[in-house]
Design a protein around this ligand. Structure first.
Ligand SMILES: *Cc1c(COP(=O)(O)O)cnc(C)c1O
Length: 502
């Protein structure tokens, strides 16, 4: 960028004014940070003053659909385009409505901490992942073999982006960690050509968890950032930046936008990031760097309309995550003792092997104020394995009447999917086994319906299955025991063989 000294005096004056505007914004952030989570989620930085002075008193953040900003004169245009004076310029780079969403996301992800961070919203969660990783994947020289280390328990789309787009097309090695709770597995994969560590907690759909602080400390020992996809938890239940992670990724299409009206994503990053990449602007402020450079050139920005939809749903995030998590706990406990269910995977169940670890991290924000002690909640996503052969699972699935069959989650309506034939269809059997996904797994994301109605829908579908079941299922079969039946046995045998190979 041009040295600021080379600009005319009148532009330099605007730069001074811009510094004052930045200071005022910092003051507003400090003031806002004194509020509780719910208040921040409802208001963000959109103040009475901003409404009256800039937006004709509109109490709701206005929707600026305009592609571009008009400038008063040449000086303002030059200063804004040199990024010396705050302006939004053009909606591919920035937009005021999107800006309100980004401010709120930063405040929520750094809630109750002194962490300095910034955010950038993107057109989708997949786009957020791509844009967040790309600046770290530049080669120092053209034949350098670079790599990154990732938990293998990631969203199906992420798996595809990593294994096909990055590994096959871009020749970037993805080093999968099959057990992310094992710190040695992370450590032994790191070398001088590693660029970052990546994980998803809780993971979708396998619902795994790992010790974020331990993995972050390991990353920092090697001068690497830890990037966490925190879509499933949302900042109401978990804030990875507060546990030493460096960058957080969200699909805004899920828990954040429960209405299901739009697709979106976000990158929230700490300032002055740890990295072995020689790029001072990136190190200083990842979202600002992305906004002013790669976003300008690649164009993955979110629509202002989608940003407003998300912002509106975000206002009730905490109460919603509380209600949905409590219902999910009830549903998980119901399924856990159901004779037709082989296994329930929910981090909130005491018999889940990762329950105690997860409990250290997942707490309803501000619950100490309301209940005098932390309330541990585990989110709205669970998965379970139906007994019998895969056809049994499909029959159960087809008999759901209230719960929608869709590859979706985070909705105010309960939604179920069979990952093996949907989200994880394309990655193949071996990769599914690596990510612990069985053809009998059903992923269920609980909505705002009454728990009794969700439970009766599941119970009815499971009971009708029993009557028509193609395989005889013994009621006395233990919780994690194998269902009887020849077809099922050969299936289990096959999975076991593949597991031994993998
Ligand atoms: C859905 C999802 C994504 C991808 O987000 P889109 O907005 O659908 O692109 C990424 N990570 C997780 C954990 C998801 O559930």
């Amino acid at each position: 960028m041009k040295n600021p000294d080379h600009y005319p005096e009148s532009v330099r004056k605007l730069e001074q004014l811009g510094k004052q505007i930045d200071k005022d914004k910092k003051r507003a952030i400090r003031k806002t940070k004194q509020w509780k989570f719910d208040t921040i989620a409802v208001h963000g930085l959109y103040s009475v003053k901003e409404a009256i002075e800039k937006n004709q008193g509109s109490i709701v953040e206005p929707l600026y659909l305009s592609t571009s900003q008009a400038f008063q004169n040449a000086d303002e245009m030059e200063a804004a385009l040199a990024y010396l004076y705050p302006g939004w310029i053009y909606s591919r780079i920035a937009n005021p409505t999107v800006g309100y969403l980004e401010d709120t996301l930063t405040l929520l992800e750094t809630y109750d901490s002194n962490i300095e961070a910034g955010s950038i919203a993107t057109s989708s969660g997949m786009s957020a992942i791509f844009q967040a990783l790309q600046p770290f994947l530049e080669r120092h020289n053209s034949d350098e073999m670079i790599n990154f280390v990732s938990s293998c328990h990631v969203y199906g789309g992420t798996f595809q982006q990593f294994s096909i787009r990055k590994e096959k097309e871009q020749d970037i090695q993805v080093r999968w960690v099959s057990d992310p709770t094992n710190l040695d597995q992370w450590a032994e994969n790191i070398d001088n050509h590693t660029r970052f560590l990546y994980g998803e907690v809780p993971s979708n759909p396998s619902l795994t968890f790992f010790d974020i602080e331990a993995v972050a400390n390991l990353a920092h020992e090697h001068e690497l950032p830890l990037i966490i996809d925190s879509t499933i938890a949302s900042p109401a239940l978990l804030r990875p930046l507060c546990h030493h992670a460096d960058i957080v990724i969200h699909s805004l299409s899920k828990s954040m936008t429960s209405s299901g009206f739009c697709i979106g994503g976000a990158i929230i990053a700490k300032k002055k990031i740890v990295t072995n990449i020689e790029n001072d602007e990136l190190k200083e402020d990842v979202p600002r760097y992305l906004k002013l450079q790669p976003f300008r050139d690649f164009g993955p920005s979110i629509s202002p309309f989608n940003a407003l939809m998300t912002l509106n749903d975000l206002r009730t995030l905490r109460s919603r995550m509380k209600c949905l998590s409590e219902t999910t706990q009830k549903v998980a406990e119901f399924l856990n003792f159901h004779p037709m269910i082989k296994k329930v995977n929910y981090l909130g169940l005491k018999n889940h092997p990762l329950h105690d670890l997860t409990k250290r991290y997942m707490i309803l924000v501000d619950s100490e104020y309301d209940f005098g002690k932390p309330l541990h909640l585990y989110g709205h996503l669970l998965s379970f394995e139906v007994k019998g052969n895969p056809q049994n699972t499909r029959d159960f699935f087809d008999r759901l009447q209230l719960i929608f069959r869709a590859t979706d989650l985070g909705r105010i309506k309960s939604v179920a999917t069979i990952p093996a034939i949907s989200t994880h269809q394309q990655q193949g059997e071996e990769a599914r086994i690596m990510a612990s996904i069985s053809p009998n797994d059903v992923r269920l994301c609980i909505g705002g319906e009454h728990p009794d109605d969700i439970i009766s829908d599941l119970d009815r579908a499971l009971k009708s299955l029993k009557k028509n079941s193609r395989v005889f299922i013994n009621r006395s079969t233990s919780q994690n025991g194998e269902a009887a039946g020849k077809k099922d046995k050969s299936r289990t045998q096959k999975i076991r063989e593949l597991k031994q190979r993998g």
